[in-house]
Design a binder for this molecule. Sequence first.
Ligand SMILES: Nc1ncnc2c1ncn2[C@@H]1O[C@H](COP(=O)(O)OP(=O)(O)O)[C@@H](O)[C@H]1O
Ligand SMILES: [Mg+2]
Length: 233
Amino acid sequence: MKEITHELLSSFRAPAFPGSFFLSFEGIEGAGKSTQITRLKTYLEDKNFRVLILREPGGTPFGEKLRSAILETKSEITPLAEAHLFASSRSQLLTEVIMKELASPNTVVICDRYIDSSLVYQGHARGLGVAEVLEIHNIFPLNLVPHLTFYLRIDVELSEKRQKMRNAPKDYFEARGIEFYKKLVVGYDLMHELFPKRILKLDATGSLDEVTNSILEVIERMINKKDEMVEEE
Ligand SMILES: Nc1ncnc2c1ncn2[C@@H]1O[C@H](COP(=O)(O)OP(=O)(O)O)[C@@H](O)[C@H]1O
Ligand SMILES: [Mg+2]
């Protein structure tokens, strides 16, 4: 497996669109991503932001087709093929939606899973290698990463408990079992170590309100910083 060099890591940057933010939420199933994203959208809209929620893979007509192809497949896809499928959908989403939307000030684009899911699922858990997946993304615009990523951390037991509550059918990834889930948690912790500034690791075992409060504390700081920057201009 390839080495993760400092040079490789440094090619990943957040897009520079003044007044707009690119955010992502990560974590295993049941961590609370979808619930917290909906709550954050309401909060940001009250602050007069235009908010766009995108899910990965998907978000464009082409991406939605890839989403069904990946999540509904009954046959085994290699981790390399999987990584490329996700990257393909992602590059389309970046060009067609994310970059265009961020160009309007006061916009917040929130992705329900983004590059870290590829690094964790295909790179770490499926064994392709984190450096290998980073290399696939080491080309514009795939090297654009969120300003901030909320990693909602829960353990595998709580994930199972919450998924049972949700009662949804198991898809391609969810059907892989407990050992795979354990690798995902290790993988996400590793991503937080690789990108300590961008990825914020939050304990998501508390109540919904507790997790929301932790998120909003960070978001408020982010908004205040933006206002200061505007005042200085
Ligand atoms: N902090 C929490 N405390 C209790 N239940 C939660 C919490 N976060 C999420 N849940 C519940 O767990 C289930 C999965 O949450 P969801 O937001 O769909 O997670 P994800 O999108 O990360 O898979 C939902 O039924 C949700 O209401
Ligand atoms: Mg969800």
